[in-house]
Design a binder for this molecule. Sequence first.
Ligand SMILES: O=c1ccn([C@@H]2O[C@H](COP(=O)(O)OP(=O)(O)O[C@H]3O[C@H](CO)[C@@H](O)[C@H](O)[C@H]3O)[C@@H](O)[C@H]2O)c(=O)[nH]1
Ligand SMILES: [Mn+2]
Length: 362
Amino acid sequence: MSSKLPIASSKINPYRLINLLRLVVLGFFFQYRILNPVSDAYGLWMTSVICEIWFAVSWILDQFPNWYPIKQETYLDRLSMRYEKEGKPSELDAIDIFVSTVDPMKEPPLITANTVLSILALDYPVEKVACYVSDDGAAMLTFETLSETSEFAQKWVPFCKKFSIEPRVPQWYFSQKMDYLRNKVHPAFVRERRAMKREYEDFKVRINHLVSIVQKVPKEGWTTQDRTPWPGNNVRDHPGMIQVLLGQDGVCDVEGNELPRLVYVSREKRPGFEHNKKAGAMNSLVRVSAVLSNAPYLLNVDCDHYINNSKALREAMCFMMDPTLGKKVCYVQFPQRFDGIDSNDRHSNRNVVFFDVSNVVV
Ligand SMILES: O=c1ccn([C@@H]2O[C@H](COP(=O)(O)OP(=O)(O)O[C@H]3O[C@H](CO)[C@@H](O)[C@H](O)[C@H]3O)[C@@H](O)[C@H]2O)c(=O)[nH]1
Ligand SMILES: [Mn+2]
């Protein structure tokens, strides 16, 4: 196969035009209603009839995209062929991944740890992945959790890569009710899986222990292991904190392979300054990552958005690094799926149409 073939393809989406049309019609209608407020019964009747007609037309317009849906395809093998030539270092572009968290009591540390593990175990050249965790809660609990996570990753990452585990999120992987031996041919798999499950349970207990300790804050505030006070003891007034946890000093996994970089960041907070929530956190991560790894691409996830497909970065790069399509694409949005939905599904999280059908790549 020629390496000149496109690595992603995309057809024009007529939906944009239809939406524009709907907006224009709706705009005219509202303008008409505002200029001619109704007071009599006939006017009210007319309004409801117009609304009904409009919703019918609108529904018909909604059907068009189904007749000619936008179709996007990625070709992972071609991406590899083009940018990962045998005997040469990979030419895939580097990606900095941002994870944000605030309050470890509302966003449990075990969830953040799982998200980070799913990132560290991604199928992408390790030297091209850097994971930055923004802690807006300046919580020592989050810091300690990440430190434990970096230790556990040294076992979890090689296990995932050796046996092509999916998804690379221990909590979800071990709780799946499926035949985990399917397609597994390695004789050591069962043994190593059992050992890894035990390791994960130990890890979970260590994190639970950390969570239980922080329930009672000492009077003088937290102190770090070297007895210095934790700089984030005052959440609203503290200096910036940056700690590289993986990806330096030659820390390798248990098989001797390198791991992606993992960095803890808690931006400076001072009273009287607007911190702009997540957007502010993302801004400071852009600055920190620019100094440390400065990758040309960024991936942004919340602490509870774990990556459920180890090839996700490659999928996105098919669009970004395609010689023709890549020039027109500025971001790729991944569809969201929800786990642990309550039985009544109050927020309609099982409805995947919004993410799967109207998902956009612009
Ligand atoms: O001061 C803050 C406040 C929030 N966050 C983080 O921002 C993310 C989203 O905040 P959350 O309150 O959890 O909003 P959600 O409704 O759960 O998230 C959805 O809505 C957000 C706001 O539109 C988007 O940013 C998210 O990506 C999207 O998943 C979380 O990771 C937070 O940890 C910060 O880093 N700093
Ligand atoms: Mn959230």
